[in-house]
Design a protein around this ligand. Structure first.
Ligand code: GAR
Length: 196
């Protein structure tokens, strides 16, 4: 089966990356991860990728003077491995307009809130602080404005009495791991169908 080559960008634990690795192991999954890039050297996601036999790269944003210069290095690496769809999976850097335009329609993100609520960081603490009764996550196309872009899927979870940012994050993460592979599967299947 033809598969879309996928690059995944991470900064940390990589549990969403793991969900994508696990899903893409299925013979009928229409994408194959060809590269995992981290901007943090000790990101556990790099270990996850290595254990799955996936090529990895570490590129430090600190080595570049401008945001775009870093993004061009990311892009060079993605191109070298033939990445066609890019998944941000806990990648904690704002991307330049240059990068977002370059990968328009090919760049996906997962965000731990029900966008457009709680863009940015500390989403769970802010949801609790605001007295929300439900929380969730969003998979969306990346647009130049941070945490905006067309929404592809959302999953909702209840906020429970006694929740902390950690307990809420764990409940939301479970849903992240479910919807990100689902959306990716659909996006890649559509892309393959449009080629024929
Ligand atoms: C996930 O909750 C993801 O949605 C969030 O970071 C976490 C990464 O966890 N992403 C963002 O906040 C992006 N703005 P993981 O490394 O275990 O996948």
């Amino acid at each position: 089966m033809t598969k879309i080559p996928l690059a995944v960008l991470i900064s940390g634990n990589g549990s969403n990356l793991q969900a994508l690795i696990d899903a893409s192991a299925a013979a009928d999954f229409p994408a194959q991860i060809v590269l995992v890039i981290s901007n943090q050297p000790d990101a556990y996601g790099l270990t996850r990728a290595k254990e799955a036999g996936i090529p990895t790269a570490f590129i430090s944003h600190k080595d570049f003077i401008t945001r775009e210069a870093f993004d061009r290095a990311l892009s060079d690496m993605i191109e070298a491995y033939g990445g066609e769809i890019i998944c941000l999976a806990g990648f904690m850097r704002v991307l330049s307009e240059w990068f977002v335009k370059r990968y328009e329609g090919r760049l996906l993100n997962i965000h731990p809130s029900l966008l457009p609520k709680f863009k940015g960081v500390d989403t769970h603490a802010r949801a609790l602080e605001a007295g929300e009764t439900e929380a969730g996550c969003t998979v969306h196309w990346v647009a130049t404005e941070v945490d905006s872009g067309d929404i592809l899927a959302q999953a909702r979870v209840p906020v429970l009495a006694g929740d902390t940012a950690q307990t809420l994050a764990a409940r939301v993460l479970k849903e992240e791991h479910r919807i990100y592979p689902e959306v990716l599967k659909q996006v890649c299947a559509d892309r393959l169908a449009n080629r024929q």
